[in-house]
Design a protein around this ligand. Structure first.
Ligand code: URA
Length: 246
């Protein structure tokens, strides 16, 4: 949701101030109703906005895969003034938002889009989109601990769904472990591993469904194609997809 005058200005109608005047003059409608209120917030992907009766061109949908470095927040503004992920997208004019979140100190795959349908679909627990994480943890993960994670552990008073767990490397003081889960509670992986006695030293998300982060360098992004999106949803994109230019 975004302020109407901002959407109008971005669509190239006029400056933001001039767009406010157009709203007050009753020349803008949202879904068929004249809107003269300045504060009104609208979802440009869902609503039809008209100026003097002519619909605004809908912004093309855009889907981005970013390799988020540690040290960035995934909110669109930060009261503490920390760097935000959209600072890493200088070439992107559209107003995109992250699908889900990654902690300030977590790195890896982060999808950003201006298509609210993707965010809603992917975050609905019913759709169980798998996310893969690689964590470096303190201590040596034993088969017993792994099976606890696989069965589900208690985090914030609730049992987590079974995870798929694979140890990549095991040393005396440290283990590297891959976890595949479809839940997305705040700090879930860190809490799951802490619950079995292995605090996380570093954490990276490496895939959404079968869409791998691959060799994208930290801080870099690329646009996602239809083929990429299909990998997230095991073959079939659950909404009408408008191909974006490569
Ligand atoms: N789990 C976490 O603990 N942190 C993240 O950023 C993502 C999943």
């Amino acid at each position: 949701m975004e302020r109407l005058q901002k959407i109008l200005a971005r669509a190239g109608i006029a400056s933001r101030r001039k767009c406010e005047e157009l709203i007050k003059e009753g020349r803008i409608s949202v879904d068929g109703r004249v809107t003269t209120e300045l504060g009104v917030k609208v979802d440009p992907q869902k609503s039809t906005i008209t100026f003097d009766g002519k619909p605004l061109a809908r912004e093309d949908a855009i889907y981005i895969l970013l390799n988020k470095p540690a040290g960035y927040v995934t909110t669109l503004s930060d009261p503490q003034g920390r760097p935000i992920v959209t600072d890493l997208l200088p070439g992107i004019a559209q107003r995109v938002f992250p699908v889900g979140r990654l902690d300030f100190d977590t790195e890896g795959a982060l999808i950003l889009t201006n298509d609210g349908r993707l965010g809603q679909y992917m975050q609905h627990p019913r759709h169980e989109i798998n996310k893969t994480y690689v964590a470096t943890v303190r201590g040596t993960l034993t088969p017993g601990r792994i099976s606890q994670l696989e069965k589900g552990v208690i985090v914030d008073g609730q049992r987590t769904w079974p995870a798929r767990v694979r140890v990549i490397n095991r040393k005396k003081n440290e283990s590297i472990v891959e976890l595949i889960i479809h839940e997305g509670k705040k700090r879930q992986v860190r809490k799951m591993l802490a619950a079995v006695g292995h605090p996380v030293r570093s954490l990276k998300r490496t895939a959404y469904g079968n869409l791998q982060l691959g060799h994208l360098a930290p801080g870099k992004y690329r646009l996602l194609s239809e083929k990429d999106l299909k990998k997230i949803f095991s073959g079939k994109i659950p909404f009408t997809f408008k191909q974006i230019p490569d």
